[in-house]
Design a protein around this ligand. Structure first.
Ligand code: ADP
Length: 283
C-alpha cells in the first residue's frame, strides 16, 4: 500500500502514520524527520536546510525529491510506504508522479486530515510541552511565531495539492478533529472501502444487513421500471418482495447462507420487471 498523508502542521499526520505503520507493516517516510536527521548530522543537505526549517520555510523541491527518490529505493519500502510531509508543493507532487510511473508503482490514496486552524496552535504548543516534559529537545520550529509562517506556507503552497489529488481521484478527506483513535478507525475504514486494505471477515449479521439493502434497492428498481403501469406494478413488486422477505429472515436468523440466497434473489428481480415494461411498450 502506498499512501500520502496530507494536512497542515499539527493535523496529526505523524501520529496517524505511526499507527498505520504498526498495523500494516509498511514504512513511514517523513521528510521532516529525514531533514532533522540531516541537520543533526551536519550533512550538506542538513546545512542547507537548517535555516529554512528554523524559520518555517520550505526546503527546495529538488532537495526533498532527491531524498524521497533514494528512500523509496530502499528494500524496506518495497512492501509499501506512507509519505508524511511529502509532497508539499505541486512540483513535488509532479515529481512523485514521474518517479512512481518510472518504477511502475501505484499510489493508492491521499488521505487529507482536515482540521480547524484555531486548534493547531494549541496542538503544537501541547506537543512542545510534552516533549519538554519527557526531557527531550523541543523542535526549533514548534513555536507560535514559526507556526504562523508554517501555516502560511501550507496555505499557499501545499493546499493546492487537495485540488491536484482530487482531480486525479486520489483524495480521501478525514475529519482530523476527532480523537486519535477515531481518526485511525476512519482512515482504516476508508482504506478498506477503496480496496487498499484487506477487509476484515464480515460478521453474519453484517452480511444479512447488506442483503436487506440489496433487496430494497432491487425493489426500488423494480418499482421504477414499472412506474405508471398499474397492472405491471403488481408482479414486479411481488417479485421484489420475495428476496426482501428472505433477506429479513436472514437478518433474523443471522446466517450468512441465507443472506447469500437473498442476494441471489435480489439479482433475479430485475428480469421480470424489465419484461413487464417491454410488454407495455409494445401495446
Ligand atoms: P510539520 O508537518 O509539523 O510542519 P515536518 O516535520 O513535516 O513538520 O517538517 C518540518 C519542516 O521541514 C518544514 O517546516 C520544512 O521546512 C521542512 N520540510 C519537510 N518536508 C518538506 C518538503 N516536502 N518540502 C519542503 N520542505 C519540507
Amino acid at each position: 500500500m502506498r499512501l500520502i498523508l496530507l494536512g497542515p502542521p499539527g493535523s496529526g499526520k505523524g501520529t496517524q502514520a505511526q499507527r498505520l505503520v504498526q498495523k500494516h507493516g509498511i514504512v513511514q517516510l517523513s521528510t521532516g524527520e529525514m531533514l532533522r536527521a540531516a541537520v543533526a548530522a551536519g550533512t550538506p543537505i542538513g546545512l542547507q536546510a537548517k535555516e529554512i526549517m528554523a524559520n518555517g520555510g520550505l526546503v527546495p523541491d529538488a532537495v526533498v525529491v532527491g531524498i524521497i527518490e533514494d528512500r523509496i529505493e530502499q528494500p524496506d519500502a518495497k512492501k509499501g510506504f506512507i509519505l508524511d510531509g511529502f509532497p508539499r508543493t505541486v512540483p513535488q507532487a509532479e515529481a512523485l508522479d514521474d518517479l512512481l510511473k518510472k518504477k511502475h508503482l501505484k499510489l493508492d490514496a491521499v488521505v487529507e486530515l482536515r482540521v480547524n486552524e484555531s486548534a493547531l496552535i494549541d496542538r503544537v504548543e501541547k506537543r512542545a510541552e510534552e516533549t519538554r516534559a519527557r526531557g527531550e529537545e523541543v523542535r526549533l520550529d514548534d513555536t507560535p511565531e514559526v507556526l504562523i509562517n508554517r501555516l502560511a506556507q501550507y496555505r499557499s503552497l501545499t493546499e493546492p495539492l487537495i485540488h491536484y489529488y482530487s482531480e486525479r481521484r486520489k483524495l480521501l478527506t478525514v475529519d482530523g478533529m476527532m480523537t486519535i483513535e477515531h481518526v485511525t478507525r476512519e482512515i482504516n475504514r476508508i482504506l478498506t472501502a477503496i480496496g487498499a486494505l484487506e477487509p476484515k471477515t464480515e460478521e453474519p449479521a453484517a452480511q444479512a444487513k447488506k442483503a436487506v439493502k440489496t433487496a430494497t434497492k432491487a425493489s426500488k428498481l423494480a418499482k421504477k421500471a414499472t412506474k405508471g403501469t398499474k397492472k405491471a406494478v403488481k408482479p414486479a413488486q411481488k417479485a421484489a418482495r420475495g428476496p426482501a422477505k428472505r433477506a429479513s429472515k436472514a437478518r433474523a436468523t443471522k446466517t450468512g447462507a441465507r443472506a447469500a440466497s437473498a442476494r441471489k434473489g435480489a439479482k433475479a428481480v430485475k428480469k421480470p420487471a424489465k419484461k413487464v415494461t417491454k410488454k407495455r411498450a409494445k401495446r
